[in-house]
Design a protein around this ligand. Structure first.
Ligand code: GTR
Length: 308
């Protein structure tokens, strides 16, 4: 069969990170299932730019695919703030059930009106705060701290609600900013805290678990529209099939990163009372969940959390 041009994909994470490996697995499946006609070439490590930039390029069709967090999509499509709401998901099982089910399908489809096709979600675990100064046990410990956030108004509001200062910037700038004292801290899962070497400058990791927003793999709608009906099906299926592969890698990676970081001297602490964080951060929901569609989807997702 004739060899086609591989889809070009960007990822902010380095080669060995589970998101990059999952997209490679999807590429392997495409190659195998189309006799080499379809495949993926991934540019890892943020070499094509920040998530906000690569997403914009993908929207205009300059890149075929992009693996990003939901945060940079928040300004593009209001439905994507929902999985990023603080303390929405009660557990990993709840998050996975919602994203594998009808709410996930609706969220993926909501991107079509912005020049993107949502292919699948990948896990990103729990985001926690880390900083250069001290363990955060109560919100008061964060008062006045400068905390880096992703480029999303929702994240800015969450930090302000805790009495800290939010500084939006891209992932690639965080390490230097911590070292130079431009920021005091940031928030992320164990693997990103490790892979960006942020722990070297900010050794206090406090287990707030305030957000469980997933990663998402998107394709440019203009590229998608050029595919045959059969190929679209193959692409969607290969993306879906890469999800369990990613989750297995992810669970393993979270454990490994945690173990390595604790051995390297990171000081991790439980917060005194999670409810103090919930009480301050939960009210931001009202500012960002405003349309009927958003309210309905939030209710649907909450209803799925009963047994989780
Ligand atoms: C990571 C996520 C990245 C990026 C990063 C960040 O957890 O995998 O896509 O969003 O966080 O904080 O910028």
């Amino acid at each position: 069969m004739q060899k086609g041009r591989a889809f070009l994909c960007a990822d902010a994470h380095p080669e060995e990170y589970p998101t990059v490996q999952a997209v490679k697995e999807m590429g392997r499946l495409l190659d195998e299932r189309t006799g080499g006609r379809l495949g993926i070439r991934i540019y890892a490590g943020g070499q094509l730019g920040s998530e906000r930039d690569t997403l914009e390029i993908t929207t205009f069709g300059g890149l075929d695919m992009n693996r990003v967090n939901l945060a940079p999509l928040n300004a593009i499509e209001p439905m994507t703030v929902i999985p990023s709401l603080p303390f929405l998901f009660r557990s990993t099982a709840h998050m996975r059930a919602a994203l594998d089910g009808a709410p996930g399908d609706e969220l993926l489809a909501s991107l079509n009106r912005h020049g993107l096709v949502g292919l699948c979600f990948y896990d990103s675990g729990e985001r926690c705060f880390y900083n250069t100064k001290r363990p955060i046990r109560t919100p008061t410990d964060m008062t006045g701290m400068k905390i880096r956030v992703q480029n999303s108004d929702l994240y800015v509001a969450m930090i302000k609600a805790l009495g800290a200062d939010a500084t939006p910037m891209s992932l690639g700038e965080v390490y230097q900013s911590l070292v130079q004292g431009v920021i005091d801290g940031a928030e992320n899962n164990w693997p990103s805290y490790e892979s960006g070497r942020h722990f070297e400058a900010a050794p206090y990791y406090s287990l707030t678990g305030h957000v469980m927003a997933p990663e998402i793999l998107v394709m440019s709608l203009s590229r998608w529209n050029k595919l045959s009906e059969d190929d679209r099906h193959t692409v969607r299926q290969a993306a879906r099939d890469s999800v369990p592969f990613m989750r297995a890698l992810w669970d393993k990676r979270v454990d490994e990163s945690r173990t390595r970081l604790l051995a390297a001297g990171v000081e991790a602490n439980e917060v005194d009372d999670k409810n103090q964080f919930i009480d301050l951060m939960r009210p931001v929901w009202d500012r960002f969940v405003v349309t009927q569609d958003q309210k309905r989807l939030v209710a649907e997702i909450e209803a799925m959390g009963g047994g989780a």
